[in-house]
Design a protein around this ligand. Sequence first.
Ligand SMILES: Cc1ncc(C[n+]2csc(CCOP(=O)(O)OP(=O)(O)O)c2C)c(N)n1
Ligand SMILES: [Mg+2]
Length: 382
Amino acid sequence: MKKTSPPAKKNPPLTAHNFGPGINQSSKKSNGGGAVAAQPAMKTNHLGIQDWRLEKPQFKVIEITDPKSGEVHYETRGNLNTPVPPIRDSKYLTKDQHLEIYRYMLLNRRMEVALENLYKQGKVVGGVYFGLGQESCSVASAYALDKDDWFAPMIRNQGALLVRGFNASDVMMQYMAKAGSPTKGKDGTSHYGDIGPRNMVSPISMLGDLIPVMAGVALGARLQGKQIAALTWIGDGGQSTGVTYEGINFAAVKKLGLVLVIESNAWAYSTPSEYQYLPEDLADRALGYGIPAVIIDGTDACQVYDATREAVERAHRGHGASIIEAKMMRMKGHAIHDGAAYVPKEMHDYWRKRDPIDRFEKFLMAKKWLTPDANKKMIDEV
Ligand SMILES: Cc1ncc(C[n+]2csc(CCOP(=O)(O)OP(=O)(O)O)c2C)c(N)n1
Ligand SMILES: [Mg+2]
């Protein structure tokens, strides 16, 4: 797959909580797509961490216990009728790159819909995990890597595999434990890697364990004289594990090019974020590690790409690890067996309106980079 690297930038020195010049503070360089419009003022959170989102949800989830039965359920409090934000213009992506990302997101979703159908036909061995509503996060982050960089996907990142050169049929045959699958039928989910050319470390089911492994990959590359980016993802629940702290701290101290995307998707299995960790933003934890972080809208492929690309470039310059907190919502249950009945309906509806693919499609149409005919053709091909 051919990708052009964004133009080299002159960034000011990075401090622990400064992710760089900020999305609206860049030089006036065009992204080749002619896209950069006036950007809204860049915000920071109460600890000074950049928050690129164009919207901050105005509601919370609260736990209600029935005094008689002791049964627990969740409700929302706040305003869920706020307008859907636009996609933020990318500083770096060209028109063709936008279209390629859009295509991968479509393929990611189409593949998972097909997998759901195959599961219902009894053709899938074991469960199926979906990245519905998170395609932008998986696809646009993987797209920001260069060829020599490494990545380690988790269950919601099947879209990243597509970007790095796996076929949808590889992923689907794996789920069906077919002889032609990457593990030749020995595993039913996604436990496989590729030491080349795709540079993929196999997922590790124990949450957090991929982080020190990816720090080690970056260290190994450095010992071979290369500065690479080592990208992995961790859920909001998974980041609570002890090994997450150890892995990030090691990468931070050794200035290894770990790029950690925290998929802050509102739920860890059936536990809402509000009951899983106390800070409003998990990005705050970067301060404790002494590394930069940024908060982004994980449903906005442009924000995901730009944030990851900046972290990747830091890694290539030998400036060390970065954290990207991508806020979004897990739009299905933990796996196919989980109907997610614990999710308040209005919360699901809120995020449904923020679908990453629908919004990106409208964004591309508004730019006239995608015509209705070209869109239909692409959807049909996928
Ligand atoms: C160390 C560890 N503890 C528990 C589990 C079981 N487990 C698998 S996924 C999951 C929830 C993960 O939630 P989150 O990290 O938020 O990811 P999401 O499913 O929301 O993408 C749990 C508890 C595990 N795999 N590893
Ligand atoms: Mg989660």
